[in-house]
Design a protein. Structure first.
Lengths: 115, 112
């Protein structure tokens, strides 16, 4: 068990460019979550997957954002036509089965800076 | 809807002193509550969670929290602060559909 990993850890991009982040959950974890954390705030839910199925998307997730988990293992989060307001830490978490008592394990995050 | 409120965005305590980080929750159903810690440039690590068993929950690194339904509180404590406890702490509650709802966080400063 190597924990949740995210790549890259840091990304600096210019406004209007597309970026893609990757998350590798703990192996055999069925659920995978994406959160966004801005400065001085707690993480906010973006979307989550049960295996390869994307079950819910937050209203925070505009149509410029898309997430996939094609084989039910790793996941990608893509942001198209980035804006300065997209600058944040993007956190990924995974859990074994979901449910209220199931622990979500977080990765180290990808810090995005849009210039 | 479920929510949590953390009182104090910054808390400073002397090394060796009691740590008390306050969290109040709002929930229309019995809540499941969590405390997470985030060290600089790192992800979140679970300190402890309340899942309706014992009201006094012991976590890692000497932290514990007590669920008080009458006060709708879930305050985090540690008897003696250590320099390594300096971090940001998030109280959180699980929503009806299993999403974590975080508070805004409390940054803990340890004074030598």
């Amino acid at each position: 068990d190597t924990g949740v990993s995210q790549d890259p850890r840091h990304k600096i991009t210019k406004r209007g460019q597309n970026v893609t982040f990757r998350c590798d959950p703990i192996s055999e974890h069925n659920r995978l979550y994406w959160y966004r954390q801005t400065l001085g705030q707690g993480p906010e839910f973006l979307t989550y997957f049960q295996n390869e199925a994307q079950l819910e998307k937050s209203r925070l997730l505009s149509d410029r954002f898309s997430a996939e988990r094609p084989k039910g293992s790793f996941s990608t989060l893509e942001i198209q036509r980035t804006e300065q307001g997209d600058s944040a830490m993007y956190l990924c978490a995974s859990s074994s089965a979901g449910g209220k008592t199931d622990t979500q394990y977080f990765g180290p995050g990808t810090r995005l800076t849009v210039l | 809807a479920q929510s949590v409120t953390q009182l104090g965005s910054h808390v400073s305590v002397s090394e060796g002193a009691l740590v008390l980080l306050r969290c109040n929750y709002s929930s229309s159903v019995p809540p499941y509550l969590f405390w997470y810690v985030q060290y600089p440039n790192q992800g979140l690590q679970l300190l402890l969670k309340y899942t309706s068993a014992a009201t006094l929950v012991k976590g890692i690194n000497g932290f514990e929290a007590e669920f008080k339904k009458s006060e709708t509180s879930f305050h985090l404590t540690k008897p003696s602060a250590h320099m390594s406890d300096a971090a940001e702490y998030f109280c959180a509650v699980i929503s009806r559909d299993d999403k974590i709802i975080f508070g805004k966080g409390t940054r803990l400063h340890i004074l030598p």
